[in-house]
Design a binder for this molecule. Structure first.
Ligand code: GDP
Ligand code: MG
Length: 436
């Protein structure tokens, strides 16, 4: 069977396979296990891997990597997206801007308050720390020590037992010393209870902060999600701070929390020292959660090398007027993967301009593909030999009309003519790169 042979030859030419249920089954299990090991909620881990597998089925695989390896890379990208894609900064608005810190006792609020003060001070801002933990005198001292360490004033009223009043007094004080930001450290309890929630909710209402951050210990695993939900239901906070990531935790809480409360994680805390604070980067956390960074970078390198080789090969062929239907078909495969015609045009050296005005929209892929696939290798490489008889055969084989075959041949010839003109115009390479 000729078309089967051609299909096979084409596969070898492309050097590609595809992701199927079968060739990634064991990887899917491995990925799910990695997520659960990283403390991602079991249900979330299952949903995420099912979604990703569904999306990945049928995707083309480069020869230099396995379908499983590609799936790991796809998962990594998907986790990045699920955690917001990009890093989000805190909201600083108002004069002074108010940042309210909430969370359970021991989660790392006071430590984070000191770190955040230092972080903002390093950005050249004037900050005031406010001690609103009215239950433990030691908490005030702790904040004072941290304030001293980072060179930021700490406002406290140890005799005052009303957190709202302390915060309001701090606000006045900030204005007199011309502080632009106040960070309000609050009291937490060991578990969610009404009294704590009432107090923090009253503080939020009275202060109307531009940013309310929920601090959570990443080591608490599944509990972290429940706590986050309880706080968010009551406070509708703006962002999450994930602490103690210097421990064994792989950070799965980040994914679960993001999915459950749909609020961005903004900072991660990685130690007791004041410098141990980082902005949250979804891509870094994704690799950490998945714990398969080597595979991810292997695939990235393979994809990059493939793209570079392809681009080189294509621009060489265009320069030599050898761009043929096989190249064209391969480019169509690329667009289908990217799902966007415009992106493709930009990718082929010199092609952006060459194809302007040639009408190929995304829906015309299928007929075009069918027609090209019905050509012999020889015809694809040298379309000039396609005479009436051959057109007839191609039309029959692809289930398209002669008219459509003619149109494609005409468009392709026009495109090649343009490429040729461009080559002549500027001596090849220079003109091509200028057009891109
Ligand atoms: P708070 O009760 O929420 O104010 O929590 P603290 O800030 O007092 O922190 C509780 C304990 O956790 C303290 O011993 C901190 O030194 C420690 N801690 C806070 N953040 C981190 C962190 O990122 N990593 C580690 N290893 N310890 C932390
Ligand atoms: Mg504290």
């Amino acid at each position: 069977n000729l078309s089967l042979k051609l299909e096979k030859a084409f596969q070898t030419l492309k050097g590609q396979g595809q992701i199927t249920e079968i060739n990634v089954a064991s990887t899917v299990k491995e990925i799910r296990k990695a997520l659960i090991d990283a403390d991602v909620n079991f249900k979330v881990a299952k949903e995420v891997t099912d979604d990703i597998k569904e999306k990945a089925l049928g995707q083309n695989v480069l020869t230099s990597i396995s379908p499983g390896q590609l799936l790991i890379k796809i998962t990594n990208d998907e986790l990045t997206d699920l955690m917001g894609g990009v890093s989000e900064d805190i909201n600083i608005q108002g004069n002074p801007a108010i940042i309210l810190i909430a969370g359970l006792q021991g989660s790392g609020k006071t430590t984070f308050s000191g770190k955040l003060a230092s972080y903002l001070k390093r950005q050249g801002r004037s900050v005031l720390l406010v001690a609103c933990d009215i239950y433990r005198p030691a908490a005030i001292d702790q904040l004072k020590v941290l304030g001293q360490q980072v060179g930021v004033e700490v406002f406290a009223q140890p005799e005052n037992k009303d957190a709202v009043k302390i915060a309001k007094a701090a606000l006045e004080h900030a204005k007199t010393i011309n502080s632009k930001i106040i960070i309000v450290d609050t009291a937490g309890r060991l578990a969610v209870d009404e009294e704590m929630m009432d107090e923090i909710a009253r503080l939020k209402e009275a202060l109307n902060p531009s940013e309310t951050l929920f601090v959570v210990d990443s080591m608490t695993g599944q509990d972290a999600v429940n706590t986050a939900k309880a706080f968010n239901d009551r406070l509708n906070f703006n962002g999450v701070v994930l602490t103690k990531l210097d421990g064994d935790s792989r950070g799965g809480a980040a994914l679960s929390i993001r999915r459950v409360v749909e609020k961005p994680i903004k900072f991660i805390s990685t130690g007791e020292k004041m410098e141990a604070l980082d902005r949250f980067y979804p891509d870094r956390m994704a690799s950490r959660i998945l714990g398969m960074g080597d595979v991810v970078s292997l695939v990235e390198r393979a994809q990059q090398a493939y793209d570079e080789d392809e681009a080189k090969r294509l621009s060489k062929k265009i320069r030599k007027n050898q761009f043929d239907f096989n190249d064209f078909l391969q480019q169509l495969e690329q667009i289908k993967k990217m799902g966007n015609m415009k992106d493709l045009l930009g990718m082929i050296p010199g092609m952006g301009k060459a194809m302007k005005g040639i009408d190929i929209d995304d829906n015309s892929f299928k007929p075009i593909e069918a027609i090209i696939r019905s050509m012999t290798m020889e015809e694809r490489q040298n379309p000039d030999i396609i005479n009436g008889g051959r057109k007839n055969r191609i039309a029959k084989g692809s289930g398209r009309t002669i008219q459509e075959v003619n149109n494609l041949l005409k468009q392709f010839a026009d495109m090649r003519k343009l490429m040729k003109t461009m080559n002549k115009m500027g001596g090849g390479k220079r003109a091509l790169s200028a057009l891109n």
